[in-house]
Design a protein around this ligand. Structure first.
Ligand SMILES: Nc1ncnc2c1ncn2[C@@H]1O[C@H](COP(=O)(O)OP(=O)(O)OP(=O)(O)O)[C@@H](O)[C@H]1O
Ligand SMILES: [Mg+2]
Length: 460
């Protein structure tokens, strides 16, 4: 039994959580505001805090920040009905133990409490407010990425971002920079695939005047330009082997040698990205194994857009809003969800820009998206299945069948579960795993939401 503090301005939510925490055998305290919570913490030390994000007065992030400056802060899990990239990243950066979307079921609550109580809290962070909201996505996969960004932002660990073309590797690299303590410093990007091998060394490390024919002046190079900031090495999988050795040295010693010049120390955080499978490249000898391990300290994988169904419509709406003021019809949204998106987010962005220009009315209809090719994954026909292992192929098939059942049942999960002949709870678990969503869940109940009455309406 441990003491848990529940902070929520919503009385119903507070009481439901209090009761659930007591049922799970813990000692529950409740506070209706951030101020009240901080006062209570002065009097009763607790092992864990369940903290609402949106509260009048002091908001959850501010409460979290203050809790984290205490000498031995309890573990804090942020609970919110309004998860966004910025608040997820920020909460994790400020040292939240976890960031969870409401409503939560009893089993989730029990798991969260167990994990929090097993946790010993770390060092508090210095704070600054990051407000940029450029990383759209609420799929489980994107939320995991957002949490990782928050955890990573303030340290200098080398990050390797992998993912197919257009999945957002560069946006993630920028988000790490923008949310971290180097955000006032420069962000320099070098595309290692676009620069001829013989120029890459000078591009990265600079050169001194006269180092080679054409070197008329000193050139600082990307590492220097990124001093006290972040260097983004894009398409590092395409870097020639000779350069890989030099990069390894720069990463290990934080020392660079300009062409024709002397070694000098640099203060740079490196984020690398590639669309290649580096393990395969290591196997076939085109990528150094030691560099791979040096980069692989913190890997972030961005799944293809087709595996992040929950992100498609929010991203489409975001791009559409940027390009004009048109709305997506439900039919158009369904059409977007069925498309396979081989070009991932970039393809979606281009499609929305095209639609913003070409469609005359205020609403985008399904027919307006006819230019999306015929490779819709709705029923598996015409898919050129990639050469992947059996578990991956089965997961893809399963996600596709669930998506189709949800569509055919108009988003009603109970009906979709019947069509699939699986238990509803199993369907929910699988939907969570694949980042699929069927409906707008506004329940504030802590118990399992019951939708057996089939009253839910579908949101594509
Ligand atoms: N989660 C996201 N939220 C908002 N915009 C996004 C997101 N992911 C990608 N984008 C947008 O999609 C486009 C492609 O993203 P980005 O350039 O980061 O992809 P990439 O993985 O680096 O692709 P490549 O491998 O082709 O370089 C950009 O315009 C980017 O702004
Ligand atoms: Mg890129």
């Amino acid at each position: 039994m441990a003491a848990i503090l529940i902070v929520d301005d919503d009385a119903a939510m507070r009481e439901a959580l209090t009761e659930a925490v007591r049922d799970l055998g813990h000692d529950a305290h409740a506070a209706a505001s951030g101020d009240a919570a901080l006062h209570m913490l002065d009097r009763h030390p607790v092992a864990g805090v369940l903290l609402d994000l949106r509260m009048p007065g002091m908001d959850g992030l501010e409460v979290l920040r203050r809790i984290r400056t205490r000498p031995r802060p309890p573990a804090v899990t942020v609970l919110t009905a309004h998860a966004g990239a910025a608040n997820t990243i920020e909460a994790m950066r400020l040292g939240a133990f976890d960031h969870v979307i409401k409503p939560i079921g009893r089993s989730d609550l029990s798991r969260i409490l167990d994990a929090m109580l097993a946790y010993t809290s770390g060092v508090p962070n210095a704070a600054h407010q990051a407000t940029r909201e450029t990383l759209i996505g609420s799929s489980e996969a994107m939320r995991a990425v957002q949490k990782a960004i928050g955890v990573l932002a303030d340290n200098d660990a080398t990050v390797l971002i992998t993912g197919e073309t257009g999945t957002g590797k560069e946006v993630v690299a920028r988000a790490i920079h923008d949310h971290g303590r180097r955000h006032d410093g420069p962000f320099a990007a070098v595309n290692c695939a676009a620069i001829p091998a013989e120029l890459l060394e000078s591009e990265l490390f600079g050169h001194v005047r006269g180092a080679f024919t054409g070197a008329a002046t000193d050139r600082p190079g990307a590492f220097r330009q990124a001093e006290r900031g972040t260097l983004f090495l894009d398409e590092i999988g395409d870097m020639p082997l000779a350069m890989q050795a030099k990069i390894l040295r720069a990463l290990q010693d934080r020392v660079i040698t300009p062409v024709g010049g002397k070694p000098a120390a640099v203060d740079v955080r490196v984020i690398a990205a590639t669309h290649r499978d580096l393990t395969a490249a290591v196997r076939d000898g085109s990528f150094r194994e030691d560099l791979f391990y040096r980069l692989h300290v913190v890997p972030i994988r961005l799944p293809p857009l087709a595996e992040r169904i929950a992100d498609i419509v929010p991203l489409a709406e975001h791009f559409l809003a940027q390009a004009g003021d048109k709305q997506l019809s439900a039919g158009a949204a369904a059409r977007l969800i069925r498309h396979r998106w081989p070009g991932n987010v970039r393809e979606l962005k281009n499609a929305m820009e095209r639609v913003a220009v070409m469609v005359r009315g205020a609403r985008v209809a399904a027919e307006d998206l006819a230019f999306l090719d015929q490779s819709s994954a709705a029923d598996g026909a015409g898919i050129d299945w990639p050469d992947e292992d059996l578990p991956t192929a089965l997961a893809r098939l399963e996600a596709m069948l669930i998506r189709r059942a949800l569509e055919r049942s108009g988003g009603n999960r109970a009906d979709a579960a019947r069509r699939l002949n699986i238990h509803r709870q199993l369907l929910y678990a699988k939907m969570r795993r694949y980042g699929l969503s069927a409906s707008d869940d506004r329940t504030t109940d802590v118990g399992e939401a019951d939708d057996a009455d089939g009253s839910e309406t579908g949101k594509p």
